[in-house]
Design a protein. Structure first.
Length: 249
């Protein structure tokens, strides 16, 4: 399909070494794109890039909550590839499970720094290069928690609600150009992020999904890759649901 052809396109994928980020990287690489995998775990990113092929991927180890690191990584991508056509913000952490009044302040700040600030910083660094070329697709990975709020996950829920708001704002700012900015709100998928959660919280999330199962990575990547394609040329500032029926708005 022409809409999923990424020939000659350059993509940056945060959290690209594993989970949803890597599943998206596989699809874009298979469709002819070159992917830059940004991940805090540099060794895992290198392994993922090797798996995709050095002619299709490059690895960058960085903390996306550090604006200097993000700016440096952006310069490195542009120096190597001359452009950035696609940005997928997939990096994220859940933080501990606790009530709002018992939530550790340092954990709150860390979750916000990665999930919300990191998304802002990557957009801030990369959008000028998209504007220069007059083209771009940005897909931010939010969460159903950002729509509905999960009990005992206030930082995660608030950070993902912030990602939704940022998406809408940036989408409007760039609406007069061929730069689409959208986000997706998935239900939970079985990735290493589950290692950060209590089993009772995992059980709670599953109980809220009418489909009766967790999201599969191939289901998430299929929608995200279409959102990142040229074919998705009209929608911007949009929120695409992937919650298995939990949210219908």
């Amino acid at each position: 399909m022409p809409g999923t052809d990424f020939s000659g396109q350059i993509a940056v994928i945060t959290g690209g070494a594993q989970g949803i980020g890597f599943a998206v990287a596989e699809r874009i690489a298979d469709a002819g794109g070159f992917v830059h995998l940004w991940d805090q775990d540099e060794e895992l990113a290198k392994s993922a890039a090797t798996e995709l092929g050095t002619d299709k991927a490059a690895a960058h180890g960085l903390d996306i909550s550090d604006h200097k690191a993000v700016d440096a990584a952006t310069r490195a991508v542009v120096d190597q590839s001359s452009r950035i056509d696609v940005l997928i913000n997939s990096a994220g952490i859940t933080g501990p499970n606790a009530t709002t009044w018992e939530y550790p302040v340092d954990a709150w700040q860390t979750v916000m720094a990665v999930n919300l600030n990191g998304t802002f910083l990557t957009c801030r660094a990369i959008v000028p290069h998209m504007r220069e070329k007059g083209y771009g697709r940005i897909v931010n990975i939010a969460s159903i928690a950002g729509k509905e709020g999960n009990p005992n996950a206030p930082a995660y829920s608030a950070s993902k609600a912030g990602v939704i708001g940022l998406t809408k704002s940036l989408g409007k700012e760039l609406a007069d150009m061929d730069i689409g900015v959208n986000c997706v709100t998935p239900a939970a998928a079985r990735t290493r992020i589950f290692d950060q959660m209590k089993q009772e919280h995992i059980d709670y999330m599953l109980s809220k999904i009418p489909r009766g199962r967790f999201l599969e990575l191939n289901e998430a990547s299929a929608m995200i890759v279409w959102m990142a394609s040229r074919e998705n040329s009209f929608t911007t500032g949009g929120v695409f649901d992937l919650s298995g029926g939990r949210a219908t708005y």
